[in-house]
Design a protein around this ligand. Structure first.
Ligand SMILES: [Zn+2]
Length: 238
């Protein structure tokens, strides 16, 4: 199966919090999108890996993504080395996306910055044909995504470009709320964390509204780039 866009996150819920509005909009426009979670988020203060697997599957269904896989890397302790790069290269070559979305370049959670660089490095290496990979015993061909964009999650990073997600905010919030073990729940007896306050959930909506305000629409999501983004015509910019 070939995908148009592959969104990769260190933990289940990174993609939903950061760029699910963009994903929902692309899917509505007929694009095929997949999600790869690097870890099962097993070190999360709340919930269990099994609960988070189910929540991730539910969120994928809400967004309508074509595929969601989990690479089972060690939450908190995965590193950017050959073994981890090869696992991501296999996914890139399997799905051959034109665009890869990945973690924020730097963030509060150390896995986000690590996941960002690891994914970006794997996207580059995936294009080198002398790096040989096989999946289910079949040799894979080299494939380099044309664009790698970093989404924005916890830290207020200034975006290089923003995507109008007006009309898709409800879908974004619904996909985030699929992770009921992780976020604000007045009836939960589990420990409080930085992301379990109602303030945190409000901040997700507020950021989208604020980015939207700055470009004159209802809601938007921001991304940073590694290389200049280009348009055919200056008139293509809205
Ligand atoms: Zn995370």
């Amino acid at each position: 199966m070939k995908l148009d866009i592959l969104a990769i996150g260190a933990h289940p819920d990174d993609v939903e919090l950061s760029c699910s509005g963009t994903i929902a909009k692309e899917i509505a426009n007929g694009k095929k999108v997949g999600i790869i979670d690097l870890t099962r988020g097993e070190l999360g203060t709340r919930g269990t890996p099994e609960i988070r697997d189910q929540e991730a599957a539910n969120a994928a269904k809400i967004l309508g993504v074509s595929v969601r896989e989990n690479l089972g890397f060690k939450d908190g302790f995965f590193v950017n080395d050959k073994a981890h790069q090869l696992e991501i290269i296999k996914m890139i070559r399997k799905y051959r996306p034109k665009i890869v979305l990945c973690n924020a370049i730097t963030d509060r959670h150390i896995d986000h910055g690590k996941g960002s660089k690891l994914t970006s490095d794997a996207c580059f290496l995936s294009g080198l044909r002398r790096i040989e990979t096989t999946i289910n015993g079949i040799d894979q061909e080299a494939w380099r995504p044309k664009n790698v964009y970093h989404y924005i999650q916890w830290q207020p990073i200034t975006p290089d470009f923003v995507v109008d997600i007006s009309g898709f905010m409800d879908k974004k919030v619904e996909s985030v709320l699929a992770y009921s073990s992780q976020f604000f729940d007045p009836n939960s007896n589990e420990p409080k964390t930085p992301i379990t306050s109602s303030n945190f959930l409000d901040s997700v909506t507020y950021r989208a509204a604020d980015l939207g305000r700055l470009i004159g629409v209802d809601h938007a999501e921001g991304f940073t780039v590694e290389r200049y983004v280009a348009v055919d015509s200056i008139s293509d910019l809205i």
